[in-house]
Design a protein around this ligand. Structure first.
Ligand code: BGC
Length: 288
């Protein structure tokens, strides 16, 4: 199976006519579009030559942003771009920073200039305030959140602040910052049997190894890239779907069944997993 092509197909199928990317089509709690997941997915699709798909996501995001121009914005919206009423922790500003970063990497973002300026202004005023982390668990000021915002605003000051916060907790999201000392710390404590965990207290579906983080490890450390790619491939479902997590090594196995009883089998396919697989695949291809 050509897993890169399969990933593009899964992502295309998960893009709604509105341009939103669903986080996971088969998992009720994830039938929304996140700025965080979507921005990584748009980056991956652009690299895969699917610029139109990426641009439709930017259209969706810009519509969401301009429909409430004073902010703040939520981490996720319905595929139609409406707010949703659940108790889900809403304020997660990393996604907005990632959205700006994905536009910058695209180049020529004039079509979305109003939305870009609106978010940039808001982030410029609020970046130092607490919000909820990548894993939607803890409120505070988080290293990777600041890193995403610092990238989006092209601000060295905010990126320095991100680095200063990197000692808070050992967390797989630090791989996205990519500084060698952080990558090494993650490798020492969060990698088991080749797969990367989110953090040691993770009890979500037992705390498995996340495919998207394993791909991020390969992106952060080129000498491990091929091994990480192979690990993700080995954890694809027979039909080529990439789940959110693998269960080969669970940090808290006793918490797996209670989650299955509550929300069903863990999410698969996760579009963000497919996006990170594609990004690592492209990085290896470009090195050849
Ligand atoms: C993760 C988030 C992610 C969301 C949708 C959550 O379980 O913690 O980082 O954005 O799922 O994929």
């Amino acid at each position: 199976m050509n897993l890169a092509q399969r990933s593009i197909d899964v992502i295309r199928a998960g893009q709604s006519p509105s341009g939103a990317y669903v986080a996971c089509p088969n998992f009720e709690q994830y039938r929304f579009s996140w700025f965080r997941d979507g921005s990584f997915i748009a980056d991956a699709m652009r690299e895969a030559g699917e610029l139109e798909s990426a641009d439709r996501f930017f259209d969706w995001g810009a519509r969401v942003i301009l429909s409430r121009p004073t902010g703040p914005w939520d981490a996720r919206y319905t595929l139609a771009g409406e707010p949703e009423a659940s108790e889900w922790p809403k304020l997660q500003i990393d996604g907005l920073g990632l959205f700006l970063g994905a536009l910058r990497r695209r180049g020529d973002w004039s079509r979305w200039q109003d939305a870009f300026d609106t978010v940039a202004r808001w982030l410029g005023d609020h970046w130092g305030e607490p919000c909820v982390d990548w894993w939607e668990e803890r409120e505070g000021i988080h290293a990777v959140t600041l890193w995403c915002v610092g990238n989006g605003l092209a601000s060295d000051e905010i990126k320095r602040e991100a680095m200063a916060r990197a000692d808070d907790r050992l967390d797989g999201s630090l791989l996205f910052i990519g500084a060698p000392e952080l990558v090494e710390r993650v490798e020492q404590s969060l990698v088991f049997d080749g797969g990367v965990h989110r953090h040691l207290e993770d009890t979500y579906y037992g705390g498995g190894q996340w495919l998207l983080l394993t791909a991020m490890l390969g992106l952060a450390k080129p000498e491990r890239a091929a091994e990480c790619l192979a690990w993700v491939e080995a954890h694809a479902r027979p039909n080529g779907d990439l789940p959110e997590q693998a269960q080969g090594h669970l940090l808290h196995p006793e918490t797996y069944d209670p989650w299955v009883e509550r929300w069903g089998e863990p999410p698969s396919p996760l579009l963000w997993s497919h996006a990170m697989y594609l990004r690592l695949h492209h990085a290896l291809r470009d090195r050849r």
